[in-house]
Design a protein around this ligand. Structure first.
Ligand code: MRU
Length: 351
């Protein structure tokens, strides 16, 4: 199937990283040109660029932007030390999505492997590697969509959470790519879009992408998901992930675990779609995933309006962890894996 995205979430242009600033969507399409590691750090932290694969790609370009400024270095060792410092700094922007540290580590490994080259050559190699990570993600996401078709029933009504589309990746998306491919294959009847409190990635971003793709959908509040399932309106749930551990536990946007429990109760298949860059075989299970805690204002305010009294105590985890036992299958670029994940994931992804 051939189709392309009508927008570019990230683009290397005129020696800078151009991003579609997602904080302005859906009202306005505003692009920001980033030309330093500091600007990339801020863009990731503030969710101008967001979604696990997209922040990995941004981080890779950010590392290049940081190291291209390095001067007066005394050989490879001091160059590499500086690269590490910038990489650690970028990695500190958001902790949960493994794609960020994965992309930064890949950049560092490539640089180290070519330590005999000149600093200028290594800088060019870093840029080339960031572009490769970017291009590769587009291909992986397309492949996820193609493989995902297998589990989509005819006339499917799919419920999804957060935003997993081209905005969150290099192109096509993860769970969104399955939806896109199912639509083009004539298998999709409808998409239910969880609004995704508190930052409304579903309401602001997924609906924006679905509208452009002309896919039929309905927006619902997160807490309507159970009622939708109970009244027989959902055939399949598909979400993305920010980190999947060796046993199949998957961290994703807060509320995903609730969906998986509900899907189990209603005997509805619950799938996760993610590329290999989201799979963290170094962690045995989800208990060791660091969950990002975000600002209390995101909960006490709706837009600029205060919706809770002053001085209330707030707990605002940005992600939760769905145990592998609640996940029917994980859709990857290499195919779909099923439980027992501690065996199936390693079989597919161990080098
Ligand atoms: O906080 P966000 O908006 O970066 O969270 C994003 C998600 O949770 C997505 O579902 C996940 O990254 C999968 S992206 C294809």
């Amino acid at each position: 199937m051939t189709f392309t995205s009508p927008f570019k979430s990230l683009e290397w242009q005129n020696d800078r990283l151009r991003i579609l600033d997602q904080t302005f969507l859906p009202e306005r399409e505003v692009y920001a040109d980033l030309d330093s590691a500091g600007q990339v750090w801020e863009a990731i932290k503030k969710l101008r660029v967001r979604g696990a694969p997209a922040i990995g790609i941004a981080g890779a370009y950010g590392l290049y932007l940081g190291i291209r400024e390095l001067t007066n270095l005394n050989g490879f060792d001091s160059f590499y030390r500086e690269c590490k410092r910038i990489s650690d700094y970028l990695n500190s922007s958001r902790p949960t999505a493994v794609n960020l540290s994965w992309a930064l580590q890949r950049m560092m490994d490539v640089i180290y492997a070519k330590k005999d080259q000149s600093i200028d050559e290594l800088k060019q190699l870093a840029l080339q590697t960031a572009k490769t990570i970017h291009d590769e993600d587009r291909r992986l996401c397309k492949s996820i969509g193609e493989h995902g078709l297998e589990i989509v029933p005819d006339r499917a009504r799919i419920l999804t959470h957060c935003n997993t589309g081209g905005l969150a990746t290099g192109e096509f998306g993860t769970a969104f790519s399955v939806i896109l491919h199912a639509f083009h294959a004539g298998k999709l009847e409808h998409v239910w879009v969880d609004e995704t409190r508190p930052l409304l990635q579903g309401a602001r971003l997924t609906t924006w992408e679905l509208q452009q793709a002309e896919i039929p959908f309905t927006l619902n509040i997160d807490s309507a998901a159970g009622f939708l399932m109970q009244t027989g309106k959902v055939d399949l749930v598909i979400t993305g992930a920010d980190r999947i551990t060796a046993n199949g536990d998957a961290a994703n946007k807060i509320g995903t675990y609730t969906l998986a429990v509900l899907a189990k109760e209603h005997d509805i298949p619950f799938y996760i779609a993610a590329p290999y860059s989201t799979i963290d075989l170094k962690l045995e299970n989800g208990e060791s995933i660091e969950i990002e805690l975000r600002d209390e204002d995101e909960v006490t305010h709706f837009g600029n309006k205060r919706t809770a009294p002053k001085k209330v105590e707030v707990y605002n985890p940005a992600f939760d962890v769905t145990p592998g036992r609640l996940i029917s299958g994980i859709i990857t670029e290499k195919g779909i894996v099923h439980p027992d994940y501690s065996k199936s994931l390693r079989t597919l992804f161990q080098d």
